[in-house]
Design a binder for this molecule. Structure first.
Ligand code: PFF
Length: 453
């Protein structure tokens, strides 16, 4: 089966698909508001350090495990060790894929819903964010709206993944990623040319250190995982379709660069517009769905910018969602010998159904709380704050301590011989971060998430 396993058409295709996985709701929806709540530039500075010392080293390791074994997360660990413990780490990744995709598709559905609402002209007539908030509440509170757009979003995800790695995921990424970048550029130009935009830029570049504390460092670190799609085998699975001739280190660097660039570009587009309209930047999760529609309402041509913005979000969500489904599909194709089509239809269907209680968490089940959290919040919290950091921790430990260093170095040097010759210090630094820095810091994030710290 390994012989005719699917593969990317080119390294560029892989980088775009992996960047598509990384760039998602995390960059455009979450990053701007957590930066807004945690001191703007100061938070961004700390986030960049977390990405460099944890995200980048773990990303290289994760892609490498996939590329070396040419397997899904479960099969990959089974190929490299005899220990059941590591195989269950892979299995947890597949479960995290199930969980994240189920709620991610609900928000992905909202983004498509907002594109449609903009086209219907219902999104750009607000005098205040509160008014936009009322519409938001009534949209997500409507069962048919929530489930309808969740279904549409999920159907698109399945349609892409069913077409395979090269013909589906790579092709879709090659179309959607350039569109995403172009939309962002248009929105940035609009943002920075608004009167009062410089206040938004100052907010992003002038640090307010007083807002930084242990808590914000942990938020930055946790987000570094989510945004790079680390810790659940999505990058491992994408890496498994990569050629041994390609350079893992420079590909990982490019993915990190694109992900960070796009998060910062989204911050510039959003904050210039928000400050120019005199609104509050620390608006929390409602920044995108409540504050921005009010901002667009104040702009000439706001309808067009609103359409572009929500299309941007929908594209970003879609290219991430396909990587989540691919983890699950790769598992059933590699380990159980299923056809891609059957795996997509059956397990896509299961994940879709699991998303329904998440969609209902904003209406019918809003009061059904488990430990004071809705179903949506429980799934989100368990997967994003517990399973991802745990998976990332295990990947760092595996590559740093369990897999023999000679084997790791042989694997990573394939396709990157020149890089390791030109920068001989890179090996030592990479291992320093994998063996010590990442495990200690990730353990802190986990303890914090579990309320122990
Ligand atoms: N990286 C995505 C984002 O920033 O929205 C989220 C994500 C996708 C997390 C895929 C994990 C994953 F496997």
């Amino acid at each position: 089966m390994t012989q005719n396993r699917e593969a990317w058409g080119s390294r560029f295709g892989f980088v775009l698909a992996a960047a598509g996985s990384a760039v998602g709701l995390g960059n455009i929806w979450k990053f701007p508001y957590i930066a807004g709540e945690n001191g703007g530039a100061a938070f961004i500075f700390i986030y960049l350090i977390c990405i460099a010392i944890i995200g980048f080293p773990v990303l290289i390791a994760e892609i490498l495990i996939g590329r070396t074994t040419k397997k899904n997360p479960v099969g990959a660990f089974a190929a490299l060790t005899d220990s059941k413990l590591w195989v269950s780490v892979g299995f947890l990744g597949v479960i995290a894929g199930f969980m994240i995709l189920s709620f991610y598709s609900v928000i992905g559905g909202w983004t498509i819903g907002y594109v449609v609402e903009t086209m219907r002209g219902s999104l750009t007539h607000f005098a205040t964010p509160d008014e936009a908030g009322i519409l938001f509440g009534s949209l997500v509170g409507d069962i048919r709206w929530g489930i309808g757009f969740h279904s549409l979003f999920f159907a698109l995800v399945m349609l892409i993944v069913i077409r395979g790695v090269k013909g589906g995921i790579e092709r879709a990424s090659k179309i959607m990623m350039p569109v995403l970048l172009s939309i962002l550029v248009i929105l940035i130009i609009r943002g920075v040319t608004l009167e009062g935009a410089s206040k938004g830029l100052a907010f992003l570049w002038v640090p307010d250190w007083s807002k930084i504390n242990g808590q914000s460092v942990l938020i930055a670190l946790g987000h570094a995982f989510f945004t790079l799609s680390l810790g659940m085998g999505a990058m491992l699975t994408y890496g498994s379709y990569m050629s041994k001739r390609d350079n893992v280190v420079s590909s990982a660097a490019l993915i990190v660069f694109l992900d960070t660039l796009i998060a910062i570009m989204a911050g510039v587009a959003i904050f210039t517009a928000v400050f120019a309209s005199g609104l509050n930047p620390a608006a929390g999760p409602g920044l995108i769905f409540q504050t921005l529609p009010a901002v667009f309402s104040t702009m000439p041509g706001g309808d067009y910018f609103s359409f572009l913005f929500f299309l941007l979000l929908a594209i970003a969500a879609l290219t991430s969602a396909i990587s989540l489904l691919e983890v699950v599909v790769a598992y059933f194709v590699d380990e159980k010998g299923w056809s891609r089509k059957t795996a997509v239809l059956i397990f896509g269907g299961v994940i879709y159904l699991l998303g329904i209680p998440s969609a209902l968490s904003f209406n019918l089940l809003a009061d059904a709380k488990i430990f004071d959290k809705t179903f949506f919040d429980v799934v989100d919290f368990t997967a994003s704050n517990v399973l991802l950091p745990f998976g990332g921790l295990m990947i760092a430990i595996f590559a740093g301590w369990i897999w023999s260093r000679t084997a790791v170095m042989t694997a990573v040097k394939a396709g990157a011989e020149n890089l390791f010759e030109a920068y001989p210090w890179f090996e030592g630094l990479w291992f320093l971060f994998l063996k010590y820095v990442a495990p200690v810091l990730i353990t802190l994030v986990l303890l914090k998430s579990l309320g122990i710290l």
